[in-house]
Design a binder for this molecule. Structure first.
Ligand code: SAM
Length: 199
């Protein structure tokens, strides 16, 4: 499989038609800020009845991910080089079943609050592109970003389904990300939550 087979070069052209891209009507799961793609590739290999899409803003990082993915020839995995800010141009209402936010940049400065991927503006976008019972799963090492995200999701009317302040304590079946492996090796706790869209 070539890198080109994994990339979607003009994602706005397939808005509303992602099922045609994959040639089936399996649910679509999206990772925003996929980095080098370990999590997404493992999820795709484990779940052939789910279509996975990774968004990443840096092309240099994407190249590394494609090197990793291509030998496995995943047919249920596509990658887009883009900034999540423009996500509404790429997905129609209700087109995505799940969004993963794994170790998102915390943007700790107050002046950068709007850039956080769990700021109200982004949550509104997620609400639009998610299916009726669509979910967001979030993992982070950053306690302050986690606290901010919990509050933001709560204030914006999302239903909390699962929650942990030490995800790896007692659980062994977790598909990890590159960052998660680093923090795990240092014995740092991983914060986790799962929320569902409310009507
Ligand atoms: N998810 C991976 C992991 O857990 O190993 C990577 C985490 S890394 C800290 C955050 C990644 O998100 C970076 O690769 C960064 O370029 C990407 N990113 C941050 N903000 C983004 C945005 N607005 N749109 C797309 N990608 C973004």
């Amino acid at each position: 499989m070539q890198h080109e087979d994994l990339m979607i070069f003009d994602p706005t052209a397939v808005k509303g038609n992602w099922q045609k891209v994959f040639g089936n009507d399996f649910p679509i799961h999206l990772e925003i800020g996929m980095g080098k793609g370990k999590f997404l590739l493992e999820q795709a290999m484990r779940n052939p009845n789910v279509n996975f899409i990774g968004i990443e803003k840096y092309e240099s990082v994407i190249v590394v991910s494609l090197d990793k993915m291509a030998p496995y020839k995943p047919t249920n995995l596509k990658v887009i080089a883009m900034d999540a800010t423009n996500i509404m141009e790429v997905f129609s209402e209700g087109e995505v079943a799940k969004i993963y936010l794994n170790f998102s940049d915390p943007w700790p400065k107050k002046g950068h609050t709007k850039r956080r991927l769990t700021s109200p503006k982004f949550l509104e976008i997620y609400r639009t592109i998610l299916t009726n019972e669509g979910e967001i799963e979030l993992k982070t090492d950053n306690k302050r970003f986690f606290e901010y995200s919990v509050l933001s999701l709560f204030e914006n009317n999302w239903r909390f389904c699962d929650f942990s302040v030490d995800l790896h304590d007692g659980r062994t079946d977790i598909v990890t990300t590159e960052y998660e492996e680093k923090f795990k090796a240092k014995g740092m706790p991983i914060y986790y939550l799962k929320v569902q869209k409310k009507g």
